[in-house]
Design a protein around this ligand. Structure first.
Ligand code: SAH
Length: 514
């Protein structure tokens, strides 16, 4: 918030090494209250979700040889923004004071009498080694550890690094920014007494599901890096502790590690599936093929809401229907009690969870999460519904099956459109970025995700990818649509839910398909 009483303040915040879970609670709090965020190249942009909608976001991304803003420009920006009375979050990769030039920025602020605080972050050496299964220190193997810049030209005459002392002076050595100088670093270490047999590891994209690790010894690590075309930014770890990785690796041993998965459902709905797959190690691409928008004309829904008392059942077929229905209900001045005399049926556990957000539990949650299963569930309660009025808030393109079949059982069914599905636009490059890497599986959680994807690929003239797609489908209707459109389904969910789909994906890879 703009602060008129005093000057603004700068929080130098460590964003952690990449995994968005590795920022501190204090860091998140500072982001939430900031007016401006100034962030770097190695910062996970997902962290920006903590900033308010009004927060100004300034990218100053420094990657090697590509300075978006020079250090003095960055310093000036911080001073100016705070001088205007704003709360500034200066978000930096890892820890701000470890090879992050945070000290320089803090000196600039101190020199200009700008109040600041430093919020430490998990630095790359600590985080990436942990995720690679390499303890920085270990009883009997390493009692000391050193963090060293590898950025310095190893041929430099007057080195700031005392190679003679550091090479054997600490049990574990971790070099930041050193990949380009790897051969020089190795030769300096060996020249200064570190054995060529010393284990060494290179870790890139530490803590992200794209993390890559190479291990070897000082004698062969540079050759291995060259052979694999190992690129910066990455860390070099040197020391006996590297050998523990064989027993302690955990992150890249998870069942879906290294698998590339595409999620095609709407952005709003992707999170649970995305999190499940990421936690199992998958490299997830979110490529929404559906954009869910509330209908522009609410008149039919408003009419139904005003007559809610006359309905005996309301049936929610998706979480979108739940969210938009209740938002409208609240906008019209009602609350959840408006449903007190109406029985509620939902299709799908996710829909039931969405309903619970509004303090309500369903009266009917069919075992099978399809329209067919729902009709069967109604039949199992009783044969006829002749004096009953049912309301189905649904998508503009909902199937007719449910209202028709319930109608056959005597119910008077009103279907009101509450949301519509739009197909997002993608450029050819955006499509290539996801499908060019030959994903292992593309998940489909409804028929429209399949047909919309086909549509998007055709529109961007990228139909070529259709033949190589291996789909993972949530249920028979989705698989049928895929079949009709010529998309191969490699995984059919045993249970037609997101957890069911995830289980079936795990089984598929346990069989080791390439
Ligand atoms: N302040 C940061 C370091 C910035 S210097 C920190 O505390 O982590 C940038 C260097 O950090 C990169 O060249 C690389 O060597 C290392 N680095 C940062 N993030 C990394 C990651 N996720 N995996 C491996 N190395 C990383």
């Amino acid at each position: 918030m703009r602060n008129s009483r005093e000057r603004g303040k700068v929080y130098l915040i460590g964003a952690g090494p990449g995994d968005e879970g590795l920022i501190t609670l204090k860091g998140v709090e500072c982001l939430k209250r900031s007016d401006v965020v100034v962030y770097d190249y190695l910062v996970n942009e997902k962290l920006l979700k903590y900033c308010g909608a009004e927060c100004e976001k300034i990218y100053v991304g420094k990657s090697a040889n590509k300075h978006t803003m020079s250090q003095s420009e960055i310093n000036r920006t911080l001073v100016e923004k705070a001088g205007d009375g704003l709360t500034v979050a200066r978000l930096k990769g890892g820890d701000p004071f470890i090879f992050g030039r945070g000290g320089e920025e803090a000196l600039e602020l101190a020199g200009n009498n700008i109040p600041f605080e430093v919020v430490p972050g998990v630095t790359a050496a600590v985080a990436a080694l942990s995720y690679a299964g390499i303890p920085l220190t270990h009883r009997g193997l390493a009692s000391t550890a050193a963090f060293i810049t590898g950025h310095e030209d190893p041929a430099k005459k007057e080195s700031d690094i005392n190679w003679g002392k550091i090479s054997t002076g600490a049990g574990t050595l971790v070099f930041y920014m050193g990949i380009k100088n790897l051969p020089g670093i190795v030769s300096n270490l060996k020249k200064n007494g570190r054995s060529g047999k010393t284990p060494a590891a290179l870790i890139r994209s530490g803590t992200l599901n794209s993390q890559e690790t190479i291990t070897g010894t000082l004698d062969n690590i540079a050759a291995k890096a060259e052979e694999k075309n190992f690129k910066p930014p990455a860390l070099i770890a040197v020391g006996e502790v590297v050998n523990l990785r064989e027993k302690l690796r955990w992150f890249d041993k998870r069942p879906l590690y290294g698998k590339r998965m595409v999620i095609t459902r709407s952005r709003e709905q992707a999170s649970v599936l995305s999190k499940n797959l990421k936690d199992l190690g998958a490299y997830v691409f979110e490529f929404p093929t559906i954009a869910i928008k509330p209908v522009t004309d609410f008149s039919e829904l408003d009419k139904a809401v005003k007559e809610l008392g006359s309905f005996t059942w309301i049936i929610f077929t998706s979480i979108n229907g739940v969210d938009i229905f209740f938002n409208r209900l609240f906008t019209l001045g009602y609350d959840s009690r408006a449903l007190k005399n109406v029985k509620i049926a939902v299709i799908g556990k996710g829909t039931a969870e969405g309903l619970l957000n509004f303090g309500l539990k369903p009266d009917l949650l069919p075992d099978s999460f399809t329209s067919e299963g729902t009709v069967e569930a109604f039949k199992s309660i009783k044969a006829g519904y002749s004096s009953e009025k049912m309301l189905i808030p649904s998508s503009e393109i909902a199937r007719d099956y449910l209202p028709v079949e319930l109608g056959k059982m005597g119910a008077d069914v009103t279907t009101v459109p509450v949301y519509r599905n739009e197909i997002p636009e993608y450029s050819a490059q955006a499509v290539d970025a996801v499908f060019g890497g030959n994903p292992d599986l593309v998940t489909f959680t409804s028929s429209s995700t399949v047909s919309n994807l086909v549509n998007i690929l055709k529109k961007s003239k990228k139909e070529c990818y259709l033949n190589c797609i291996k789909g993972a489908s949530i249920g028979p209707v989705t698989s049928e649509t895929a079949g009709k459109l010529g998309i191969t389904i490699a995984v059919n969910a045993g249970e037609h839910t997101i957890p069911g789909l995830v289980d079936s994906i795990l089984e598929y890879f346990a069989g080791d398909p390439k």
